[in-house]
Every structure is written in C-alpha cells, then in structure tokens.
Design a protein around this ligand. Structure first.
Ligand SMILES: [Fe+2]
Ligand SMILES: [Fe+2]
Length: 206
C-alpha cells in the first residue's frame, strides 16, 4: 500500500507540522538542522500521581493504626480481636501495594511519605471499633475523591483500578459497622465478649 506521507521523496512530520527529507532515496543522510525531539507524554497526570501517592500513605497509615489496635487487644488478652486486626493491617498494606504497583506499571513516580504515629490506647473495644468505622468512612471519602479526579482527568485505567477500591470500601465499612453493633448489644458482658473474640479469631484473609 502506498504511503500517503511519501510524496516526491519527502516525508511529512505530522507532529511538528514541518517537512523532513526522506531517507528512502539512498545516498548519505542529509544533516538535519532541526532534529525531531520526541517528548514522552506521561501516562498519568501529575495531579493524579500525587493523589495516588497520598492514598498510598493513607493505606499505610491504616495498616499502622490496625497494627497498633492489634497490640492493644493482645495486651488485653483478646487474641481473637487481635487476630482480626492483624488480618486487617495486612490487607491495608496490600491496598497500598496495589496503588504502588499501579503507579509503577503506568511509568509514574512512587513518592513515599512519612507515616503518622497512630494512637496506642483506647477506653475499650467499643471505642476501638467505633474508630475503625470512622476511619474507614474517611478512607471511603478519599477513594471517592480520587475516583472523581480520575474521571476529570479521563484516566480510564485509573477508573477501573479504583472501582475495585470502591467495592472494597463497601465491605470494609460493613464489617466494621457489624462489629460495632455487636459490641453495643454485648456492652460489658464478659462471656459475650469472649464469644465475639472467638468469632473474630476465625477471620481468614479475604
Ligand atoms: Fe484500605
Ligand atoms: Fe480499610
């Protein structure tokens, strides 16, 4: 098929809108006074890259927070609650890595930031899980804001990736709310708390 750009031995450089000599004629290559500079277009916008890096930090903070809660429950001799938190903290690290890998796969920069110190003491189990529920609601709002940005930037791969996080947050908020409800029913009945501790010890990795 005839190359429509090859006309009278000259090739059109569409991006620059100028004509450059064709090399197909043979003979020594002419010196090009205006070399074409190919400028790589980033696959992801700077605004979205920064926002994803912020989200990585939030996921790592979540991991830190739940690890601190796990230690709290371990000290209170509630190994089932501690186990639930350990599973939760490893999930949060996996969330951070999902975002990390996404940036790498798109040829973008990962910029890790300092992780804030989480609290280490609470008044009791209801307070801990109320904080989990409130924290997950904040993370959901952050994921939604990220998705809004991906829509604005017309970044379709980011939208697909973030849809997974949107579904995940529905689950996260649901499981935290269920435990808060159970703890509110139980109040301070020791045997019921131990039963719940046993139930939470059965949590597998999702
Ligand atoms: Fe998360
Ligand atoms: Fe979470």
């Amino acid at each position: 098929m005839r190359d429509l750009n090859q006309k009278k031995g000259r090739k059109r450089n569409v991006s620059a809108g100028t004509e450059v000599p064709s090399l197909s004629k043979g003979g020594p290559a002419p010196k090009n006074k205006n070399p074409i500079i190919y400028k790589e277009k980033p696959m992801i916008s700077k605004a979205l890259q920064d926002a994803i890096n912020d989200q990585i930090n939030k996921e790592l903070y979540s991991s830190y927070l739940y690890l601190s809660m796990a230690a709290y429950f371990q000290n209170k001799s509630l190994p089932g609650f501690a186990h639930w938190m350990r599973v939760q903290e490893s999930e949060e690290r996996a969330h951070a890595m999902k975002l990390y890998d996404f940036l790498i796969d798109r040829g973008s920069r990962v910029a890790l930031k300092a992780i804030d110190a989480p609290p280490s003491n609470w008044k009791g189990s209801p307070e801990v899980f109320t904080e989990v529920a409130a924290h997950e609601a904040k993370v959901t709002a952050s994921i939604h804001a990220l998705y809004e940005l991906a829509l604005k930037e017309k970044d379709y791969p980011a939208q697909v990736m973030l849809q997974w996080f949107i579904s995940e947050q529905v689950e996260e908020e649901k499981s935290a709310a269920e435990i808060v409800a159970s703890l509110n029913m139980i109040e301070s009945h020791a045997s019921a708390i131990l039963q719940l501790d046993h139930r939470l010890s059965k949590r597998g990795s999702d």
